[in-house]
Design a protein around this ligand. Sequence first.
Ligand SMILES: [Zn+2]
Length: 598
Amino acid sequence: MKLVRLFFLGTALLVARFSLAKPTTPLVYEVNLNDRTDDQFKVTLHVTGLTAENAIYQFASTAPGTYQVMDIGRYVRSFKAFDAKGRELKTKQVSTNQWKFDQPQKVSTVQYSIAETWDTPVNEHKPYNMCGTSIEKDHVLINGQGVFGYPGGMQNAPIDLKIDFPAEWSVGTALEKNDKGYFTAANYDRIVDSPILLGRLTKATTTVAGAQIDVYTYSKNDKIKSDQLLTNMQSMLTAAGQFLKQLPVKHYTFLYHFEDQDWGAWEHSYSSEYVIKEEEFSKKLADNMTSIAAHEFFHVVTPLNIHSEIIQQFNFVTPTPSEHLWLYEGVTEWASDAMQLRGQIMDLPTYFDEQSQKIAYDKSLDTTYSLSKLGLTCYTDEGQRQYGNIYARGALVAGLLDIRLLELSNGKRGLREVINELATTYGPNQAFPEKEFFTIFTQKTYPEIADFFNRYIKAAEPLPFSEYYGKLGITYALSVPTGQKVPSMGMGASLVDNKFLLRTVGDSLRKAGLQEKDEWIAYNGKPVTMETIGAIQDEMKQQKAGDVYELTVKRDGQEIRAKSTVYEKELVRNYQFQLDPQATPQQLQLREVWQRNL
Ligand SMILES: [Zn+2]
């Protein structure tokens, strides 16, 4: 059973190709992290030359690659503007994320406090922790949109950032410093694209295929160190280099944060940030981190180098979805597995197992919800309920697209080759037209691909695993009985909107009064939360047939308790891929090219 699915995020933060506003003097921010009282960041902005056009100070409604509404204005606790002589000027909050200066021409300093997102309760739309902010005794996490805003019209103004922090701390970030010791960012997008982790960190550095790789780690109880993670990641980075022909960046920074909750990772142009539950270091943990890092690292290709115009000029005021989320997240998740398979650091059974898990996840959601629709509704509550499927169905569809392309090109050009070509055609500064991308992709490849997009991305037809994997001499079976008896509780749950909902309910639990979609809140009296779920899963795995257990659920505000008994059932493996011993030479040939970088 796999309950807590990690969230993989991706972002494309780009230096805008055309400047929207006239060139401006930098916005100079100061953040004093020596004062960490009240879980709030104390921020000062120095600015001159504002005009009526800049009268609205904007906090972010969302951020690239998060595909969620954040409404950072909700965390602002005080907001004041002053003139050059230190006299307070009138300001007014005019919407959730906007404050208005009465006399923008006179504004010289803006001061505000903004609460961290991690420990500040909100009624809805809590930002994922890897995209949020945390301010603690021994460390701080800054994701730019959680601390900074910008005066209207100045999204493209350069930013200088001075951070005061305890002398014994170190800092991990992809941002560079100027000669005054301030971090510098070309614009607001870049500061959002560059998380900063400060505190008691370990650091490790290496060079892979000409690129400098830095790893910074905060581990609450010092259980996990940067060099352990980096050592394990080396072969993945080499495999990524082979898959992409060359690493697309000269410098990349991994920021790891290990504390008490599993959240996932958020990807940026030159760095990525991971928020993971701390445990004793093990090969398994390192492999898991490497696998997530493979996903995040591949985002440097898409969306960074292949993205729609909607992402190119990111809208921080109003969340604006792109239909091509299947490309940014689905293709990325496929590539992170494919690059490991082809780099021979993931074996075929593990690759098949990854596929099976993704199919199971897809089946746990609404399978009639197309990937296009998921992209276009990702900022809505309805879309958020399906969101996790972009990593499952999205990756499965990318895998099928790869097979179809290999078949149509007689094994000469798969999805990897087309993606690498597209990255060269577009690159970081040129967007594709949102509405025409399916046509462009089809013209670049084969007319049959239009049909593929229509059926499996724009619509949600059942995915043709048997037919497609059959082309590779790989069989697919919906269920394979094993003859092996295993203990079962007859229940399954999924994490939806930060709640654990029952997904499957066996007969005895149903008789005891439970049903699908009940919110699971306790196991044997212990609360089920993001913090406790790992330990509860471990406990559940220890159960034997005949053990009695109790589940507590919530339905329409009412708590319901149900007792049941663990029983034995035959282990049936679902969604199984296997090599076909009777594969034809033609199938074997296509399988051979499918398994390596062409
Ligand atoms: Zn991603």
